[in-house]
Design a protein around this ligand. Structure first.
Ligand SMILES: Cc1cc2nc3c(=O)[nH]c(=O)nc-3n(C[C@H](O)[C@H](O)[C@H](O)COP(=O)(O)OP(=O)(O)OC[C@H]3O[C@@H](n4cnc5c(N)ncnc54)[C@H](O)[C@@H]3O)c2cc1C
Length: 588
């Protein structure tokens, strides 16, 4: 189907023009849209209905040094963030994160977010892993929260504000391709679920806020839609991805299911126990105990399991430990973690006010992603892309380095989503509308037609094998032999993927077409994750190698930039900003 002219089918337009196109309607996308729409005609494209974005699942809270419960400063918050990230964090960016977090939380409050309150009526705060007072002395109450529904409240608040500001929403529109002219953005190619049509959006500025990609692992806290579309699409347009070897496993997913039990449970005083009923974190992190950073707690759990102290005690990947919140009492459980209590009753028939919860590490958060500067502009070591932005989990600023602290993602969304939105608002006022090639979108139309007209394999088995091999070979503990196997498996799966076709030939609501294209994204990101991990011969943060157990700053204090070329991953590097604190060994 040719697309040389604007196609009008009644109300139907296939070529659209906006000053700013924001891809993604989670916290990062909505905050950016709110700011950009002050000057720019702004569209938000989202493959989900906006309030179904994964931000809505965030439970525990948003970190900011308000000092409402304990004395606190943004400087301590920045330090904890950098140390928690095992010094791979860009330090000026972390300073901005911690400083702007305070105003960001008050902005959310002013926009109507119903935070939980202290008895005196201020925003209440709770403790979270790795957040400390006075550079590591003891845990500090820093996480602002709305019961265990903080993310949902953020999403609802921002969505309402966007509607009020006349942001144009295109729901169930899925971006498949990024259009660049050299290092300048010109638009995106998009699939509309309801019609099966391929649209082209022309824009002066495009921002990716597509969230994470935990679905590459078998056990994950992430929603089905978290398939890394933004990073994969950007990478295929020629942009290398940063620090993809660093993927966070959250210590407490519900056994076998991966559904998250917020760290807020431990923040409120819950503790981890092994099969002997021992509080094993005493041996791994004597000062912070159960509130050590997530990478350390996940490793502690896996070590307990591997040494036979997991429940079942088979030393198998599906062994688990217990998270005990019953010591908090029913009133705390029901007021501070009501949704968690519901999950446990529904999925496990366990009432956490009475009995401990069976948990195991679950793939949770992508520290890596699309490289950006502190204004959300996509930037590699030597190129700043014009008009192209990214923020939120799909981006790498990098404020999380090798390991993100709990509550710092929601801060990242709000702080850097807002900064990117502001930059866009200014940028579009001086920029001209680019033109797109007349055949833009045609290649994608042909690709989709081919998926439907030819017969071939079902994608299901490839999806399952990818998740298993990534879980087993590129998980919490890594070594050369396993990662080499994982990498080869993913290469084989990418080959097998070429024979995949859809079984459903319909145009309207063809979710199978999208599932296949999402699987392709996950396969590309798995390849880059495995190759970047194999390449980094040290242990740092969430990247923990049994065969290279030490952190080696002389060689490895640098960001990875990785790209797929001819089915292989090529790697280059970018320096780390260590301008405030000198890297030190991490102890907790
Ligand atoms: C269960 C859970 C609990 C969490 N709890 C916390 C917490 O308490 N505190 C904290 O700081 N962090 C928490 N996190 C992490 C945090 O919630 C996420 O990192 C963050 O919400 C991601 O926000 P985002 O705006 O980047 O993307 P998301 O909220 O994931 O939104 C992504 C958006 O992109 C859209 N999209 C994706 N691909 C496409 C495409 N191809 N075309 C069009 N649209 C697309 C989707 O429709 C969606 O609107 C939690 C994460 C999980 C999974």
């Amino acid at each position: 189907m040719g697309n040389n002219t604007e196609v009008n089918k009644g109300v139907y337009v296939l070529i659209h023009e906006f000053d700013a196109v924001i891809v993604g309607a989670g916290g990062a996308g909505l905050y950016a849209a709110l700011e950009a729409s002050k000057t720019a005609k702004t569209a938000v494209l989202s493959k989900l209905y906006p309030t179904r974005s994964h931000t809505g699942a965030a439970q525990g809270g948003i970190g900011a040094a308000l000092g409402n419960v304990d004395e606190d400063t943004p400087e301590w918050h920045a330090f904890d963030t950098i140390k928690g990230g095992d010094y791979l964090v860009d330090q000026q960016a972390a300073k901005i994160l911690a400083e702007e977090a305070v105003q960001a939380v008050y902005d959310l409050e002013n926009r109507g977010l119903p935070f939980s309150r202290t008895p005196s009526g201020r925003i209440d705060q709770r403790r979270f892993g790795g957040h400390t007072r006075n550079f590591g002395e003891a845990p500090v109450h820093r996480s602002c929260y709305a019961a265990d529904r903080t993310g949902n409240m953020i999403l609802q608040t921002l969505y309402q504000q966007c509607i009020k500001n006349n942001v144009h929403f295109f729901d169930e529109f899925q971006v498949l391709e990024l259009l660049l002219d050299g290092a300048r953005v010109v638009g995106v190619v998009v699939f509309e679920l309801a019609s099966g049509e391929v649209h082209v959006f022309k824009a002066k500025a495009v921002m990716f806020a597509t969230g994470g990609f935990g679905r590459m692992f078998r056990i994950t806290s992430n929603a089905h839609a978290n398939t890394g579309d933004g990073p994969a699409v950007a990478m295929r347009a020629g942009i290398p991805l940063e620090d993809m070897e660093f993927f966070q496993f959250h210590p407490t997913g519900i056994k076998d299911m991966g559904i998250l039990i917020t760290e807020g449970v431990r923040g409120e005083g819950g503790i981890l126990l092994n099969n002997a009923g021992e509080r094993f974190m005493e041996r791994y992190a004597p000062t912070l105990l159960d509130l050590a950073p997530r990478d350390m707690v996940s490793r502690a759990i896996m070590t307990e399991i591997q040494e036979g102290r997991g429940i079942r005690g088979d030393r198998k990947i599906d062994d688990y430990v217990m998270l005990d919140a019953s010591r908090l009492g029913r009133e705390v459980v029901e007021s501070k973690i009501p949704d968690i209590a519901d999950f446990c009753k529904t999925y496990l028939a366990v009432d956490p006010a009475q009995k401990p919860m069976p948990v195991q590490p679950t793939a949770h958060y992508a520290m890596g992603g699309i490289p950006t500067d502190i204004d959300g502009r996509v930037a590699t070591a030597d190129t700043v892309y014009e008009g192209l932005y990214a923020a939120g989990e799909c981006a790498c600023v990098s404020v999380h380095g090798a390991n993100r602290l709990g509550t710092n993602s929601l801060v990242d969304l709000v702080v850097f989503g807002r900064r990117a939105g502001r930059h866009i608002a200014e940028y579009v006022t001086g920029a001209a509308m680019p033109s797109v090639a007349p055949d833009a979108g045609d290649a994608m139309r042909e690709r989709i037609a081919k998926l439907k007209t030819e017969s071939g394999d079902h994608p299901g088995p490839i999806y399952g094998r990818m998740q298993s091999t990534m879980m087993e070979n590129v998980g919490v503990y890594r070594d050369e032999a396993r990662m080499t196997r994982g990498l080869q498996d993913v290469k084989d799966l990418r080959e097998a993927f070429k024979a995949v076709r859809v079984q459903d030939k319909e145009s309207r609501f063809n979710t199978e077409v999208l599932a296949i294209l999402e699987l392709e994204n996950l396969l590309d990101l798995s390849l880059i994750t495995a190759a970047s991990a194999l390449n980094r011969t040290e242990s740092r943060g969430a990247h923990s190698r049994v065969d290279h157990a030490e952190r080696r700053d002389e060689e490895w204090l640098k960001h990875t930039l990785a790209q797929i070329e001819n089915d292989d991953v090529t790697i280059s590097y970018k320096s780390v900003d260590t301008s405030i604190w000198e890297p030190k060994p991490r102890t907790y």
